[in-house]
Design a protein around this ligand. Structure first.
Ligand SMILES: *[C@@H]1O[C@H](CO)[C@@H](O)[C@H](O)[C@H]1NC(C)=O
Length: 434
């Protein structure tokens, strides 16, 4: 069932202080129209208005994507099992120590690297065309550009719903009234989602006080500009927050590592890994993992809907922050499956859950993402992980049927989202509670 806590009637975004009277009550189906309130007032016929009208009067249930794919198509049936890729880190890793705990991802059989349902590297003859290719939506109605980035504010009026990444420190609360709209608090697997991509950012996009924040450190520090040359992208990308663990006198933070698969990575550096999940992914098939991740998120039609709004129940991202060390004692072989959950090591245990948006450096506190609201589950703790774990991840990514090469290097980090654009629904609970 789609959302029952949110519909157009309850989705008003409170307007900023200068216009206190305009707490908008919008009619059913016009959730996003509220963000165009000022435009309505000005009688500007915006694309957004057109969507709302379409949605309300004509479409009723607006489905994203086109109707080319059938979710029942036998072409996309689960692939036969295949062996996980073999991988031998330079030194013998403590796979026996961590091997049994690191794959304790909540994804079980739908996890892309689990041997029983791993997307095969030798495709069946029936499936040579990527069914998710180009599924990243641009429009809600043809040509309206609904999903384009927008100015966060126009004349003091918010143009999109809650954003990411935010402060995830326990007790933090943003200022966007989510009107009872809640993030997924169970595991994504229980909610019917599977991972559809993995990628990471240079530095953390989220902020967790004392774990990864503005006082962190690393081999390169750009406290002002926070920019670093990304060799792979051939361009400078913005650096996010760093963990506090870096110690230049300890060689595990400095000793070069012979990367074989990942590109432009740095020992001692902090990265935030994201695992986008979706109920509309090609779960359990060879096409499950996709780059760009939007293609995987929106792959199957008829599942994700703007009206009634269910995006935050069907799309979720896991985030975990690591400092990379050259120490194979900290090897985890199954990063492709999702956030590491390990009670003994306090990994994936203290998890902030909230609703927000997609991230990346095309957005900041002036330009906002319209891929919102979606659920986020973010581990508040910073963890050490071996470079070999990342390189194994990149090796596994190279083995996926879709070409994931654009995610083998770190992406830039968005600026911390200002509280005025952050949701008020940050959950304090630990993952065990759900
Ligand atoms: C993050 O949130 C915590 C808890 O509300 C707060 O103490 C801290 O100052 C915030 N940090 C930033 C940079 O917003």
């Amino acid at each position: 069932m789609p959302s029952n806590t949110v519909n157009g009637n309850t989705a008003a975004v409170p307007l900023p202080k200068p216009a206190p009277a305009e707490v908008v009550q919008v009619s059913k189906g016009t959730l996003y129209l509220l963000t165009s309130f000022a435009l309505v007032i000005l009688a500007v016929v915006s694309a957004t208005l057109a969507i709302a009208v379409d949605t309300n009067d004509q479409v009723g249930k607006l489905k994203l994507g086109n109707a080319v794919l059938s979710s029942t198509s036998s072409s996309y049936s689960s692939s036969p099992s295949s062996s996980p890729s073999s991988y031998t880190p330079a030194a013998t890793p403590a796979t026996t120590k961590y091997g049994s705990s690191s794959p304790s991802s909540p994804y079980g059989s739908s996890s892309p690297s689990s041997p029983s349902s791993s997307p095969t590297k030798t495709p069946p003859s029936t499936s040579t065309v990527n069914p998710c290719n180009g599924k990243k939506p641009k429009d809600a109605s043809p040509g309206d550009g609904y999903f384009n980035n927008v100015p966060c504010l126009v004349d003091g009026v918010k143009q999109s719903l809650e954003q990411s990444g935010t402060n995830v420190t326990k007790g933090y609360k943003g200022e966007i009234d989510t009107q009872g709209r809640m993030p997924i608090t169970s595991t994504y697997k229980l909610a019917g989602l599977c991972p559809v991509n993995v990628h990471w950012h240079l530095g953390a996009e989220h902020l967790s006080v004392g774990e990864y924040d503005e006082n962190g450190k690393g081999p390169l520090m750009y406290r002002k500009a926070r920019r670093s040359l990304n060799a792979a992208a051939g361009a400078s990308v913005r650096q996010g927050f760093q963990c506090h663990v870096y110690d230049k006198s300890d060689e595990k933070y400095t000793k070069p590592y012979a990367w074989k698969h990942c590109v432009g990575m740095q020992i001692g550096q902090t990265y935030e890994i994201h695992w986008p999940h979706s109920a509309a992914g090609m779960c359990g098939t060879e096409w499950q993992m996709q780059t760009p991740f939007y293609d995987g998120v929106f792959c199957r039609d008829g599942i994700i809907s703007l009206d009634p709004l269910n995006t935050y129940q069907k799309i979720g991202v896991q985030a975990q922050v690591f400092t990379i060390v050259n120490d194979d004692n900290l090897y985890y072989d199954n990063l492709i499956s999702g956030m590491i959950i390990n009670t003994d090591k306090h990994m994936g245990i203290d998890v902030a859950k909230y609703t927000g948006s997609t991230t990346g450096t095309t957005r900041n506190n002036q330009v906002c993402s319209r891929y919102t609201p979606i659920t986020w589950q973010v581990d508040r703790a910073c963890h050490l992980i071996s470079a070999s774990s990342f390189d194994k991840l990149c090796q596994d990514m190279k083995g996926m049927k879709d070409d994931m090469s654009d995610d083998l290097y770190a992406h830039g980090a968005r600026e911390l989202v200002a509280s005025q654009f952050a949701a008020d629904n940050h959950q304090r609970k630990l993952i065990e509670d759900s």
